[in-house]
Ligand binder design. Structure first.
Ligand code: ACM
Ligand code: ZN
Length: 521
């Protein structure tokens, strides 16, 4: 009868004559975080619930208790015309209210006697938004945060720096936003694209998240994906190249120079301001797709390799990431980076850096080796967690049926939305939902309770919930395209691979190599 996403650990409908009925007299225990729930009820039912901590009838009673044994867990009991939510911490009470929203919608304001006992499988349940390729206004970010909370997700990974745009105000380097937040045009049109978050915006978003028990993880992606920064401060690159903020996607060959001390100073200065804005104790350092074309020829990079006794440019990146990670740790933060793929070893990489698995997952020998050696990881395997992939590549069923828990050292799950192909909210909604519901369920619900067939059967209720938030989700038919449509989508999306090491890069590489062939020797 009731279909809650993510599926609770235990739900027993005991029935009986007494039922909880939402009406004008319903009250709720006073607590700062209940307003989010009250606003939902006001919008959906046009009923204003009053706050009253003493009420004993027709009330939603929130109580902190010693059980359950998890800060995010809760018990929800509908009995004698009241709803009781018990939890050890406010997070749990808040999640109880998220479940209650779904019960109220499905029961049209009436809930029979029932009992729910619930807690998450993984402590880390994340969503990543790429604000670099396209800028999203704060209002849209907040709406996404609301949807995250509804799905009991608790980590917002905010990708804030990219080749195509620098999005966070940094006082010490004003050009980063004055110039680095604007690209002259996008892949798809001749219109300029721009935007950035002031420090006030960032504090507003972080506070909004905290009121929904979501921690915020900023990403400052180094040493790759820094063309926007290099466009402002060319000396950050090898050969101090004069570049424009990137217009098109694809892996860029100009990255931060890992040989100059001035690069490290820049990175530490930016981090200093990020520490001040983001208090939640994680710092994502990117580390992905750093091609070493320039480093091979750069005298500064080659000198650093010799000075540090490193074997090659791959080890130089490990030295670079570890040195930046040491700075992050010294400030009490946990460093995170995308997993290091396609190398023989990571002997020079600090093992305290949490890896966000994105490419090769459990088949990758290095990932397995590092998990066994104790490195912590977040499972964000591109297949199936990259929400920008078309449904023809990763359909709803595949997203649901993936098993993320390949080791004790997996902290949890994260679903990233890269936005090369996602210029607006409508497209974002279509890519994200209903896949995020499926992923949230595998992150929250016990593995033995997960069943794709049940999830699919419950989609009508889930779509009603998304309708309440005006989400432009993909329908079941769109989320499970047939083979033919799937293949067509995959081909269309693969166009981006043509740009991956595209012609621009090759011509540019040849030019740089001709000019600097002997510089590093
Ligand atoms: C990534 O897919 N660039 C981490
Ligand atoms: Zn260099």
């Amino acid at each position: 009868m009731f279909n809650i996403v993510p599926q609770p650990n235990e739900m027993i409908i005991t029935g009986g004559k007494a039922r909880f009925t939402l009406d004008e007299d319903t009250t709720i225990t006073k607590a700062a975080f209940v307003d989010e729930f009250r606003n939902f009820v006001q919008k959906q039912f046009d009923i204003r619930i009053h706050r009253d901590s003493e009420a004993t009838e027709n009330t939603i009673r929130l109580e902190l208790t010693d059980e359950p044994d998890n800060d995010e867990g809760y018990r929800l009991v509908s009995r004698d015309g009241c709803v009781y939510i018990y939890a050890r911490a406010e997070n749990g009470l808040f999640y109880g209210l998220q479940t209650l929203k779904q019960l109220l919608l499905q029961g049209n304001g009436v809930i029979p006697d029932l009992y729910i006992d619930d807690k998450p499988r993984f402590a880390y349940r994340g969503f990543m938004l790429d604000s670099g390729r396209y800028f999203q206004p704060v209002k849209e970010i907040k709406r996404m945060i609301d949807l995250m909370a509804l799905h009991k997700l608790n980590r917002f990974h905010w990708h804030l720096t990219e080749d195509q745009g620098w999005r966070v105000q940094i006082d010490k380097y004003p050009l980063l936003t004055e110039k680095g937040s604007r690209r002259s045009h996008t892949n798809f049109g001749l219109k300029p694209e721009s935007g950035f978050y002031t420090k006030e915006d960032i504090r507003d978003v972080v506070d909004y998240c905290h009121r929904r028990f979501i921690q915020v993880i900023p990403e400052f992606d180094v040493p790759g994906h820094c063309v926007a920064a290099i466009a402002c401060y060319p000396e950050l690159s090898c050969f101090s190249r004069e570049l424009k903020v990137a217009t098109h996607w694809g892996v860029k060959h100009d990255i931060l120079c890992a040989g100059k001390e001035s690069t490290y100073r820049f990175v530490f200065d930016v981090l200093d301001e990020l520490f001040d804005l983001f208090p939640d104790g994680y710092m994502h350092l990117g580390g992905d797709e750093a091609v070493k074309m320039r480093w091979k020829h750069c005298p500064h990079c080659q000198a650093m390799i010799r000075k540090e006794g490193l074997k090659d440019e791959e080890e130089l990146q490990q030295y670079f990431m570890s040195r930046v990670a040491a700075y992050v740790k010294a400030h009490g933060y946990t460093p995170i980076m995308w997993n290091y793929d396609g190398v023989d070893n990571v002997d020079h990489l600090d093992r305290d850096i949490v890896w966000q698995m994105c490419g090769a997952n459990e088949k990758n020998g290095i990932v397995r080796h590092e998990l066994e050696a104790g490195r912590k990881m977040i499972n964000a395997s591109a297949y199936p967690y990259y929400l920008d992939f078309p449904y023809g590549w990763v359909d709803l069923k595949r997203a649901y049926n993936f098993e993320p828990g390949i080791s004790e050292n997996i902290l949890g799950v994260e679903a990233p939305l890269w936005t090369e192909y996602v210029p607006d909210r409508k497209k974002a909604d279509y890519q994200i939902f209903p896949r995020l519901g499926a992923i949230a369920e595998t992150a929250w619900s016990a593995a033995e309770d997960c069943s794709y067939d049940r999830f699919e059967e419950g989609l009508p209720e889930y779509f009603d919930l998304l309708n309440a938030y005006h989400v432009h989700y993909a329908t079941l038919k769109q989320a499970l395209p047939g083979k033919l449509r799937g293949t067509a989508q995959a081909l269309w999306f693969s166009r981006r691979v043509l740009h991956w090491h595209g012609l621009h890069n090759l011509i540019d590489d040849a030019r740089v190599e001709a000019a600097h062939k002997n510089d590093g020797k």
